[in-house]
Design a protein around this ligand. Structure first.
Ligand code: ADP
Length: 342
């Protein structure tokens, strides 16, 4: 599909290029032909005047004084010149066609590359999401089929099957919610203008959303703010910090502390979210911002499908900022977001 689109675009580029060069070449050829024809007529006139003494003398041609008198040979030379200029124009146009064709093919590839990348990413995303959906669905089906095959089941066994099914269903719920959040945020910020926004207000929104989860684990949130404003879509930026805070709480133990700090620099605001939880192994750090990546160690600890950090990174990048992490297993992690100040 990409090759067909590239060829079609190349064809359009070549068509535009050739239309322009053909128009210019035709105009140039007509002008020069008219000029040559004018000179030929003038020479014809002079020759006629020389042959018939009564004929009015037209005088010398422009720039011709002192040159050899015009003859039939000059007319033939001019006609050859006219033909040669036509051949030259055709040759130049053919050269432009070949060179322009190559250039257009290259340019079409460059134009379509970001679209191809986006389509590949989308296909990857759908494949990963389908894979994640299939696992709990298969487990559900197997458990139910096994239960159906049993002739007799005690109330306890039935309860076990139902509670296992409910676990799979809640996992499906988390995944569909994550997918929905992912697509909602993407379409929301694709249609929103960035506005001058206070970082504190964005963080307060995120803190409010995480507060219940933090309270549940008796986790204290330490907040150190330096006032600053950024150009942002407040709703998606607050979603980004909600993801970071949610993770900090999720991967912390009961009674631990989480620090949220904003530091105002000359051109940037640095926002860090620090926890003292399970931490991330060094080998896994390069992958945690990839979609659907989950650390082996935390996979069994919490619900989740590895979409949060990918979305957080997307949002930060869209705001012209960057996100990084420093982490040590069993000692905790610090996620740092750097955003340009207004
Ligand atoms: P998930 O829904 O699995 O939390 P994320 O994209 O938010 O998805 O995170 C990806 C992975 O990064 C997580 O599975 C976890 O292993 C790791 N991770 C993210 N935040 C933290 C944190 N604060 N502490 C430890 N590990 C983390």
């Amino acid at each position: 599909m990409f090759t067909t689109a590239r060829l079609r675009l190349t064809l359009w580029y070549v068509l535009i290029l050739m239309s322009v060069t053909t128009i210019f070449s035709t105009a140039f050829y007509q002008l020069s032909t008219r000029e040559i024809q004018r000179i030929i007529n003038r020479i014809d006139f002079q020759l006629m005047a020389e042959r018939t003494p009564d004929y009015p003398h037209p005088g010398p041609l422009a720039g011709e004084s002192g040159r050899r008198p015009p003859s039939m040979a000059s007319i033939e030379e001019l006609e050859t010149l006219q033909q040669r200029s036509l051949i030259n124009l055709v040759a130049v146009n053919l050269f432009i066609l070949v060179l322009g064709g190559g250039g257009s093919y290259f340019l079409a590839g460059q134009t379509l590359r970001p679209i191809k990348k986006m389509m590949d990413e989308q296909a990857d995303f759908i494949a990963n999401a389908s894979h994640e959906l299939r696992t709990p669905l298969t487990t559900l089906r197997l458990e139910m089929e096994t239960a159906l095959l049993q002739k007799k089941m005690s109330a306890n066994q039935v309860r076990q099957v139902i509670s296992s099914n409910l676990e799979e269903l809640s996992s499906l719920e988390v995944l569909t919610n994550d997918l929905l959040r992912f697509s909602q945020i993407k379409s929301h910020y694709n249609n929103t203008q960035l506005q001058k926004t206070s970082v504190e207000s964005v963080l307060q929104r995120a803190i409010k959303k995480t507060a219940i989860l933090a309270k549940h684990k008796n986790i204290h949130l330490n907040v150190h703010f330096q006032p600053a404003t950024v150009l942002a879509d407040a709703s998606s930026l607050s979603e980004c910090f909600t993801i970071l805070l949610d993770n900090a709480v999720k991967y912390s133990s009961i009674n631990q502390e989480i620090s949220i700090t904003t530091t105002r620099e000359k051109e940037h605001v640095i926002i860090s979210v620090q926890d003292h939880g399970v931490g991330i192994a060094e080998a896994e750090l390069p992958f945690i911002f990839q979609r659907f990546y989950r650390s082996e160690k935390t996979r069994s600890l919490t619900d989740g499908f590895g979409l949060g950090l990918a979305l957080a990174k997307d949002i930060v990048t869209r705001h012209g900022g960057s996100i990084s992490v420093i982490s040590q297993l069993k000692h905790g992690s610090t996620f740092t977001v750097t955003l340009p100040r207004t």
